[in-house]
Design a protein around this ligand. Structure first.
Ligand code: NAP
Length: 265
């Protein structure tokens, strides 16, 4: 079977390494490649996918929303999110899914099993945040709090959350059991912080969904404060693992996938 990740730019993606190694260890001769499609060529997607004889593909930045009109079916959660990162092709039909949220929550649950009773603050309200929030929502007894620079972002959110500003998040930081950065702040600079962490309680689990670098300034500061930290690597591995399950119905070798990706980080 043939698979791919489609995005732009895509040359630094670790998805091909991760999936090809998983196929290899499972004794499958499937392939997975990176396909670069710039925005202005996206209308050619059907032809490109046909030419590559793909049985499924991942979609990444900047095409997670752009793919939707090309689908024959879309699962309920992805429709609700308005974003798709996994397409399965069955008898020529394109079916859209989104595995980002479940990917993150699986990793979080592994180190914080009592999610139900946690007070959680998420920072950022973009696509990744919405996916994670929708996945967390049914697990939680307490209302999820989400802080964002632009409060207008919450206009079309259908789940019931506390929407706050970044300043309010800084002030109320000590009230939360889990704090998650879902913004890209911290990817480019080693000192960049989305909010000031001086009010952080050392018992809070601090997480960032970024995995390049593996330890952002957000996580370094928290670690210096004595907090347990969780980066975005497990989210990346788990979203890929969930895509593999959707495409093949089989269980991937998650441990091996993680080991391989870590070699390249
Ligand atoms: P997105 O839809 O563009 O959302 C970006 C969010 O960050 C928005 O809430 C935005 O706030 C906020 N933001 C951006 N620049 C900011 C700034 N200078 N100051 C304050 N807030 C700022 O992006 P996304 O798709 O959700 O991705 C977010 C991050 O998650 C990226 O770093 C991406 O690489 C990472 N990610 C990781 C994984 C993984 O597998 N680990 C998967 C998906 C995404 P406004 O609403 O105010 O603009």
């Amino acid at each position: 079977m043939n698979f791919a990740v489609i995005g732009h730019p895509i040359d630094h993606s670790l998805s091909p390494i991760m999936h090809n190694e998983n196929f290899k260890i499972n004794g499958e001769d499937s392939t997975y490649k990176a396909i670069d499609i710039p925005e202005e060529q996206f209308h050619l997607i059907k032809e490109i996918v046909r030419k590559e004889s793909l049985d499924g593909f991942n979609v990444t930045i900047p095409h997670k929303e752009r793919i939707i009109p090309y689908l024959d079916e879309i699962d309920e959660q992805s429709r609700h999110l308005g974003a798709v990162n996994t397409v399965k092709i069955t008898n020529g039909k394109w079916i859209g899914h989104n595995t980002d949220g479940i990917g993150y929550v699986k990793g979080l649950k592994a180190i914080y099993p009592d999610l139900e009773n946690a007070y959680i603050l998420m920072i950022g309200a973009g696509g990744a945040s919405k996916g994670i929030a929708n996945e967390l929502y049914p697990h939680l007894n307490n209302k999820l709090t989400i802080a964002n620079r632009t409060l207008d972002r919450f206009k079309n959110w259908s789940i019931d959350i506390n929407a706050i500003s970044l300043k309010e998040a800084e002030r109320s930081l000590s009230e939360f059991d889990i704090v998650i950065n879902t913004t890209p702040i911290g990817m480019k600079s080693e000192s960049e912080l989305i909010i000031n962490l001086s009010n952080l309680d050392p018992d809070t689990l601090v997480s960032d969904i970024i995995y390049t670098p593996l330890k952002t300034a957000f996580l370094s500061k928290a670690e210096e404060n004595g907090n347990t930290i969780l980066n975005g690597l497990d989210m990346f591995i788990n979203q890929g693992a969930e895509s593999y399950k959707i495409w093949t119905g089989k269980e991937p070798n998650i441990k091996h996938m993680k080991k391989v990706v870590l070699k390249y980080l």
